[in-house]
Unconditional design. Structure first.
Ligand SMILES: *Cc1c(COP(=O)(O)O)cnc(C)c1O
Length: 432
């Protein structure tokens, strides 16, 4: 023991070991040094042999330079808020890495002069929605609504149906956001019903715009009525529609989900939406509408505080112009194909794994109550926690006493990792 302690190497000597050079470059000196200190502590206590210190350091260092853990989304929820909403396409990921360095994001390389920021991403958005005379992008859906409120409705009134005064999640309430920016909300109708006459009575001198909000995370059923955008355009004030999900055009599997093109064609003056829900891109807020109106928003002083960064612009452009993002692929997947895939995975996993039909969902991003036929690998439910603790973590959902690993939201490129992760947990489970 005494001997071992005397042979404990010095911190700087260990840090200089060539085997640690790649880790130093990737994770930084502070993080690696902390690992060395911990390993030397273990060495002093006799738990690690002096010649094994470097290996112990490497074993304990994190694989990634951030504490985020990769998750295999086997929840069946395509746009999962707690898993970061839309996963980006490989093209968008490549764009992010490129944009992280110095680029011509605001430089015209022909003239050598300052150029318009994010022109390509905005052009891609405009091309995707020809009905929009003007487009702008801000930080998120809430920021899009905030900009419209601030620029158009500060000190004035916004007319909105009581059935559309929604809370999105994490305590974010659209009416509170708008009131915090100086707009007064003029509520019309009741929770379940509103008529054109209600709007007509409320619109007046002080009205800045009429707001339509898509209730993206709940559905009111039964004795209900609402007024479509078409009918609101005759009120003589602008109509702003918060469609939420960011669908740019109608989607055949989500017939009740509003989209930007249809909403603009129905006469909305401005449409706001998120970039990281059904569009499948990075967190962003989309503003689409009349050219003059959008220009007014872009030029408003508050717009600068909501400006998106270069990473967002790059990922958005790649999402709009590149291959279909994972969200679109998930929505296009066929239940038969998913079931065949579940059978292959269940066979590869072995043991208690079994392929079953299941139901997925779009998620907080839209289409509440619309089930999406899917397939899953079923496992005993007590495996949920150990699978969540794996790396990558596997997150499924428990249904009828079984853990379902749903394939709807899981890209095919994650299949091998899923099989490996589940087999590891099953082996440990069997070994208990
Ligand atoms: C999601 C959503 C928002 C908020 O968008 P963020 O991008 O999360 O800021 C606002 N309105 C509706 C209708 C939504 O669905």
């Amino acid at each position: 023991m005494q001997d071992t302690r005397r042979r404990v190497p010095r911190t700087d000597v260990v840090l200089d070991d060539p085997a640690l050079a790649p880790a130093l470059e990737r994770l930084g000196r502070a993080r690696v040094k902390a690992g060395v200190v911990a390993a030397l502590e273990a060495c002093r206590a006799g738990r690690v042999a002096p010649e094994d210190v470097v290996v112990a350091v490497l074993d304990d260092l994190p694989a990634a330079p951030v504490s985020l853990r990769r998750v295999l989304n086997a929840t069946g929820v395509v746009v999962h808020t707690n898993l970061g909403r839309a996963p980006l396409s490989p093209a968008a990921v490549e764009a992010l890495a490129l944009a992280a360095g110095a680029t011509d994001v605001e430089l015209d390389l022909d003239s050598g002069l300052r150029g318009p920021r994010g022109a390509a991403a905005l052009a891609a958005l405009a091309a995707a929605v020809p009905d929009a005379g003007g487009v702008h992008v801000v930080n998120n859906g809430a920021a899009a609504l905030a900009l419209a409120t601030c620029a158009l409705a500060a000190g004035r009134e916004v007319v909105v149906s009581r059935g559309e005064l929604v809370e999105i999640g994490d305590g974010f309430r659209i009416p509170e956001l708008m009131e915090s920016l100086g707009a007064r909300l003029r509520e019309v109708g009741t929770t379940n019903r509103v008529h054109l006459e209600d709007y007509e009575r409320a619109v007046g001198e002080r009205t800045a715009f009429v707001l339509k909000v898509h209730p993206s995370n709940f559905r009111v059923e039964g004795f209900t009525s609402s007024v479509p955008v078409e009918a609101l355009t005759g009120l003589g004030v602008p109509v702003v529609a918060d469609i939420g999900s960011g669908l740019l055009a109608p989607h055949p599997r989500l017939p009740d989900e509003p989209d930007a093109a249809t909403t603009l064609r129905a006469g909305a003056d401005l449409v706001t939406a998120s970039g990281d829900k059904l569009l499948g891109g990075p967190q962003a807020g989309l503003l689409l509408g009349g050219a003059a109106l959008v220009q007014r928003l872009r030029r408003h002083p508050f717009a600068r505080a909501l400006r998106v960064d270069k990473l967002t612009l790059a990922a958005l452009e790649a999402t709009l112009t590149g291959p279909a993002p994972p969200v679109a692929a998930a929505l296009a997947s066929r239940p038969d194909d998913l079931l065949a895939r579940a059978r292959r995975l269940a066979t590869a996993i072995g043991g208690p794994a079994e392929a079953v039909a299941s139901e997925g969902r779009v998620g907080g991003g839209g289409a509440p109550g619309v089930p999406l036929p899917s397939a899953a690998v079923a496992l005993p439910h007590h495996l949920a926690a150990p699978l969540r603790h794996g790396d990558p973590a596997v997150v499924g959902h428990v249904h009828d006493g079984r853990l379902l690993l749903d394939l709807l939201a899981l890209p095919g490129s994650d299949d091998a990792a899923l099989v490996e992760g589940v087999r590891r947990v099953l082996a440990a489970d069997g070994g208990r």
